[in-house]
Design a protein around this ligand. Structure first.
Ligand code: DGL
Length: 280
């Protein structure tokens, strides 16, 4: 549906959401739960996934291309539903699109962590790019200057989530190996873990299984949706919003793997392939 037609039908312009692939669909699910009347355009840059192992310069370039493709669809707000892209691209996106509200997932994730933690010992896991860039550590320190933050890249979790290996002994063994590094010393163990990658909520079961029972586990999806709601005048459509799905490669895989992240069955026919080189 073109924006012109959308406006003619009395609907507000859509909310644009992008991620390196399907992980951001978990953020989209939270957005749709909180703001069900809005229209959404979701773009997964599946041709270039993963972002988490790329340099910041490349991720900024990819993010600008994703934003340009969504801006061409006349969105009224941009949600960067990827921690890696949020960690390094927000200033460039805001400079390139000064009239578009741009909302990332790191600040909302940091808010969720600070609210959940009583000891202010907080652990953050994410991709290599997110953790090395230090964006979570900085965001938590801004909100709670005394907080002790320990951060670790857990790159294999992205592949496990994409593969659908989200239960059983293999993901649990990997979770134990990674998280033992953060929670191994019981006297100094964090009381809160931030899932700082949109893929990681898919692995909640194995992660919870290897952590001390009282550990709070938070992610950015709900708080990001709340941040979007705070920015926007709600659509008055009074009817369920529409969802357009775009990907840069592999419509069938996007639909198959993405269904798990969105919590709804998607068909490949619903996914439009786009070429971002024409949008930058
Ligand atoms: N969805 C990305 C994030 O939240 C992780 C996947 C990737 O490495 O592209 O950081």
């Amino acid at each position: 549906l073109s924006t012109g037609k959308a406006r003619a039908a009395g609907r507000a312009a859509p909310i644009g959401v992008f991620d390196s692939g399907v992980g951001g669909l978990s953020v989209l699910a939270a957005l749709r739960a909180l703001l069900p009347d809005e229209d959404y355009v979701y773009l997964g840059d599946t041709a270039r996934l993963p972002y988490g192992t790329k340099s910041a310069q490349s991720v900024v370039r990819y993010s600008l291309q994703c934003a340009a493709a969504l801006a061409a669809r006349d969105i009224r707000c941009l949600v960067v539903a990827c921690n890696t892209a949020s960690a390094c691209s927000l200033p460039a996106l805001r400079e390139r699109h000064p009239h578009l509200p741009v909302i990332g997932v790191i600040e909302p994730g940091a808010q969720a962590a600070v609210a959940a933690s009583s000891s202010q010992r907080i652990a953050v896991i994410g991709t290599e790019g997110t953790i090395q860039g230090g964006a979570y550590q900085a965001a938590i320190a801004r909100l709670q200057p005394g907080a002790k933050v320990r951060a670790l890249a857990c790159s294999l979790f992205v592949a496990l989530a994409e593969e659908g290996w989200t239960e059983g002994e293999i993901p649990e063994a990997i979770a134990r190996r990674y998280l033992g590094q953060l929670f191994g010393d019981a006297r100094r163990a964090p009381d809160t873990l931030v899932l700082g990658c949109t893929h990681f909520p898919a692995l909640l079961g194995p992660i919870r299984a290897v952590l001390p029972a009282a550990t709070q586990i938070v992610d950015s999806a709900g708080t990001t949706a709340a941040a979007v709601r705070a920015q926007l005048t709600p659509s008055k459509a009074g009817a369920p919003g529409r969802l357009s799905l775009l990907a840069t490669d592999g419509a069938a895989r996007f639909a198959r793997v993405g269904s798990r992240f969105l919590g709804e069955t998607l068909s490949a026919e619903r996914v439009e392939l786009v070429d971002l080189h024409q949008s930058a």
